[in-house]
Design a protein around this ligand. Structure first.
Ligand code: IMP
Ligand code: MG
Length: 183
C-alpha cells in the first residue's frame, strides 16, 4: 500500500540487518589492529555512519569529509571538488571510508586516490548502495550493502534536492518527480 511517500526499494529492516552484518564483519576484520578512523562522506553518509559506528565493537573514531555533489540536479559531471578536508593526519592509521551510494564511482575514486597519498596503514571502503550499471570508473568497495538498478533513490541519508534524507527506508521517487538523467 502506498503511504504517499517514495515507493520502498529497501526496507528499514533490510537496511538495519545489513548494517549490523557490516558492523560484525568490520569488527572481525579489524580485531587486534588498533584504532580505525571512520571517514563519513557528508552529507549522505551521516545516518549510515551513526548506525554503523554505534554497532562496532572495535576501537574507532569518527571523522568527516565533504565533497561536491550534483547540487540540485542529478547529473554527474565526473568532476569532484573537495569542500571539507580532514582535521587530522591519517598517516599509519587504518582508514575506512563510509559512503552512502556509489553511482558513477567518480567520488569514491577521487577520495581513495587522495587519501592514499597520505600513507594510511590501510584504506578500505564501505558503501550502502551501488548502481552497478552506472560505473564509469572502477573502484573497489570492501563492504557493500546493496546493488540497485539505475533509479534515483532517497532516504537513510540520501536526498533529492536536500529532501527525504530522514526517511527510514530507501525509496524511489514517483516518476513525475524522478530527476532526468539527460544533460
Ligand atoms: P558518483 O561520483 O557518481 O559515484 O556519485 C556519488 C554521489 O552522488 C553520492 O555520494 C551521492 O551524493 C550522489 N548520488 C548518486 N546517486 C544518487 C541517488 O540515487 N540518490 C541520492 N544521491 C545520489
Ligand atoms: Mg554523497
Amino acid at each position: 500500500m502506498s503511504n504517499g511517500g517514495p515507493d520502498t526499494l529497501i526496507t528499514e529492516e533490510e537496511i538495519h540487518k545489513r548494517v549490523t552484518d557490516f558492523a560484525e564483519q568490520i569488527s572481525r576484520d579489524y580485531a587486534g589492529e588498533g584504532e580505525i578512523v571512520l571517514i563519513g562522506i557528508l552529507k549522505g553518509a551521516f545516518i549510515l555512519l551513526a548506525d554503523l559506528s554505534r554497532r562496532l565493537t572495535v576501537s574507532h573514531r569518527v571523522e568527516f569529509m565533504a565533497v561536491s555533489s550534483y547540487g540540485q540536479s542529478s547529473v554527474s559531471t565526473g568532476a569532484v571538488r573537495l569542500i571539507m578536508d580532514l582535521r587530522g593526519d591519517i598517516e599509519n592509521k587504518h582508514v575506512l571510508i563510509v559512503e552512502d551510494i556509489v553511482d558513477t564511482g567518480h567520488t569514491l575514486h577521487y577520495l581513495v586516490s587522495l587519501l592514499k597519498t597520505r600513507r594510511p596503514a590501510s584504506l578500505r571502503t564501505c558503501a550502502l548502495v551501488r548502481k552497478s550499471d552506472r560505473a564509469e570508473v572502477d573502484v573497489e568497495i570492501d563492504y557493500l550493502g546493496f546493488d540497485i538498478p539505475d533509479v534515483w533513490v532517497v532516504g537513510y541519508g540520501l536526498d533529492y534536492a536536500e529532501q527525504y534524507r530522514t526517511l527510514p527506508y530507501i525509496g524511489v521517487l514517483p516518476p513525475e518527480t524522478t530527476p532526468s538523467s539527460e544533460t
